[in-house]
Design a protein around this ligand. Structure first.
Ligand code: AMP
Length: 419
């Protein structure tokens, strides 16, 4: 497989799909530029080799073309500043002007295309309201047809294709997957960011050092069911934390007071426990909880056994006994995956459990374990606690990472690998 490090971009034009979908405030100013910074090593390598880059991204969810609120022009100056070159801007991602600007690019130059999602063809989804399913299906067919020409046009700008947008790797869109077919194996590759994500997922899901422990937190079992089912075929230990604890505790006959619980998922929780037993997976559940008399940071609190929560109280974090149990399992692990906090970490009085899990992961990592943190709130947790540097990898791709750990094939990855 081609890699960005091996490839010499001298004299070549590279079409680079990045994820510059950065948040903007009401004055169209960037409030967090991490996604732009994350793609810089790839863009800089291409330019340093003597290549030129055609940078393509989506931003937001535009509904028409153009939808100026979502114009990438808003980020042009900042991209230029970070990249250290005067980036040109194509006011459309396809069309004669974009093609001309791309063809005139010289070595060391960069061109940013306008938002790919101004065109319905990028996602291959029809826009607007439809009277019925037939009408919608017909409109979809039309978009899918014109998607081919759209993809071919984008591909025609460049000699090689680099995908550095892990955040959209789970989407089979024109610029994230379909375009790869226009480049042979030697001229399509992952960018540095994408490569790091792919390797991290591989280290956890495929080339796993054992014991492998996954910590699944967050609020609901229902949103994590597919991940848990897939993990039950992979892990040695599955730590269940956060709000979903109480669905399991209630299913096993415990008293959970007012704690968050999915009453329609009690059977499913018992099924998962049964599956774990069959697969020889050790399920590690909380034994105590930090409870509160209301859903508030200033609530009255107490520590009680997790299955003896009084009426009108609710579990908002794990207790100290559980912290010790979770910590011991984590510290004895060689591969660790963390998704979801152990409690309502947004309230300062209920962060301690998540902090203790984060600290145990950092210690295990120091002792040689590989640790991957990803999927929404656990990333916010490690950042809040300043622990990001102590874990092996913090994933940038929320939805994409979750689909990867559900065991799904990600179209953006498959398209580069070509199998
Ligand atoms: P998720 O998006 O599924 O990863 O869930 C993250 C959310 O779960 C965070 O906003 C937490 O506040 C919430 N959460 C974690 N533990 C609890 C709990 N015991 N009760 C209610 N919400 C919780």
């Amino acid at each position: 497989m081609q890699t960005i490090d091996k490839f010499n971009f001298a004299g070549k034009k590279a079409f680079v799909r990045v994820d510059f979908n950065v948040p903007l405030n009401e004055n169209a100013e960037i409030t967090d530029d991490n996604r732009i910074r994350a793609a810089l090593p790839t863009l800089k390598k291409i330019l340093a080799d003597g290549g030129s880059v055609i940078i393509a991204s989506h931003m937001g969810r535009p509904k028409k073309n153009p939808d100026t609120k979502y114009s990438l022009k808003a980020i042009l100056a900042h991209v230029s500043e970070l990249l250290g070159v005067d980036v040109k801007f194509a006011p459309d991602c396809v069309g004669d002007e974009a093609a001309k600007m791309a063809s005139e690019l010289k070595a060391g130059e960069a061109l940013l295309l306008e938002n790919l999602r101004f065109y319905a063809e990028e996602e291959g989804k029809p826009r607007g309201e439809f009277a019925n399913d037939e009408e919608k299906a017909a409109a979809k067919k039309v978009v899918k047809e014109s998607q081919k020409a759209f993809t071919a046009k984008l591909a025609s700008y460049a000699d090689c294709y680099v995908n550095d947008a892990f955040g959209t790797a789970h989407r089979a869109h024109a610029s994230t997957a379909l375009i790869a077919k226009y480049f042979n194996e030697d001229s399509r590759m992952f960018g540095y960011l994408m490569e790091k994500e792919v390797i991290a997922v591989q280290k956890v899901m495929t080339d796993t050092a054992r014991p492998f422990t996954a910590i699944m937190g967050g609020s609901k079992v229902s949103s994590k069911i597919e991940i848990i089912e897939n993990l039950l075929t992979k892990v040695d230990n599955l730590i269940i934390a956060g709000g979903m604890t109480y669905t399991f505790t209630k299913a096993m006959g415990g008293k959970i007071g007012n704690s968050i619980c999915e009453n329609d998922k009690l059977e499913m929780a018992l099924d998962l426990l049964e599956k774990a037993k069959k697969n020889n997976v050790k399920i590690v559940l909380a034994v105590d909880a930090k409870i509160a008399d209301s859903f508030s940071n200033d609530a009255k609190t107490a520590f009680v056994p997790v299955d003896e929560i009084p009426d009108n109280w609710q579990g908002l974090d794990i207790g100290p006994k559980t912290e010790k149990i979770f910590g011991d399992v984590i510290k004895a692990s060689k591969t660790i995956l963390w998704n979801g906090p152990t409690g309502v970490f947004e309230f300062d009085n209920f962060t301690h459990g998540s902090l203790s899990v984060g600290e145990a992961i950092v210690e295990a990592t120091k002792n040689g374990a590989f640790s991957l943190v990803g999927g929404g709130d656990s990333v916010a947790c490690v950042n809040k606690f300043g622990l990001a540097d102590g874990v092996s990898y913090v994933s940038t791709g929320g939805g994409a990472l979750l689909e990867a750990i559900e065991g799904r094939v990600l179209p953006g990855i498959e398209a580069i690998r070509g199998f």
